[in-house]
Design a protein around this ligand. Structure first.
Ligand code: C5P
Length: 213
């Protein structure tokens, strides 16, 4: 099936861009970070953290995307997973091999059924190695922290810019240094630093690549 992979660090604008791109191309948008977050939420609720407990929990967990919302065991958790606490737990549990195995399987299955724009950390390197187009989206830490901060303010979350920056840096470090599928640009991906680009410019750049302009 036709697929587009978008990877990059936290706050690089991947989700917004992937969503817009999918809507322009009239194909499915899959936010893989939301899946790691959903598992993190379940770990938090069940107060579990050992690999063995997580492995057992995964065998009994269902994740679905319906109309842009993420469902965990039939519950819409789309809003609940957007907290700082969940970001940190998601980054921690994403190191665990069984977690990645389970989620990668679901992601590959979704992409085998429908044309997708899939966004995450390991899409171009692991999940969809044969994606038709691969982008690695990044931006300076200042721009990424500012964007995330403004988004959180808009969502009514009280936070200071410095703590957003620290959270992003810690997650980047975690994601880039883990043994299993670290955040890394695929050799055949197109690197795009959008620190000084608007959303429209970033989207146009990608559409031009896809349309062969
Ligand atoms: O993209 P988002 O910030 O929602 O992702 C939350 C966390 O999930 C990331 O910090 C990363 O640790 C993990 N993740 C991952 N692989 C992906 C997507 C997200 O390890 N494909």
């Amino acid at each position: 099936m036709f697929s587009i992979a978008i990877d990059g660090p936290a706050g690089s604008g991947k989700s917004t861009i992937a969503k817009l791109l999918a809507s322009k191309l009239n194909i499915e948008y899959i936010d893989t970070g939301a899946m790691y977050r959903a598992i993190a939420l379940k770990c938090l609720r069940l107060k579990i953290n050992t690999d063995e407990e997580i492995k057992n929990m995964l065998a009994d967990t269902e994740i679905d995307f319906i109309n842009g919302k993420i469902y965990m065991d039939s519950e819409d958790v789309s809003e609940l997973i957007r907290t700082k606490e969940i970001s940190t737990i998601a980054s921690d549990i994403s190191k665990i091999a069984v977690v990645r195995k389970k989620l990668v399987e679901i992601q590959q299955k979704l992409a085998s059924k429908k044309a997708v724009v899939m966004e995450g950390r390991d899409i171009g390197t692991v999940v969809l190695k044969n994606a038709k187009y691969k982008f690695f989206l990044t931006a300076s830490i200042e721009s990424r922290a500012k964007r995330r901060y403004e988004q959180m303010l808009e969502d009514g979350i009280k936070i200071d810019l410095n703590s957003v920056k620290e959270d992003i840096l810690a997650r980047d470090y975690n994601d880039e240094h883990r043994k299993n599928s670290p955040l890394k640009m695929a050799d055949d991906a197109i690197l795009l630093d959008n620190s000084n680009m608007t959303l429209e410019e970033t989207l146009d750049f990608m559409l031009n690549v896809i349309r062969g302009n």
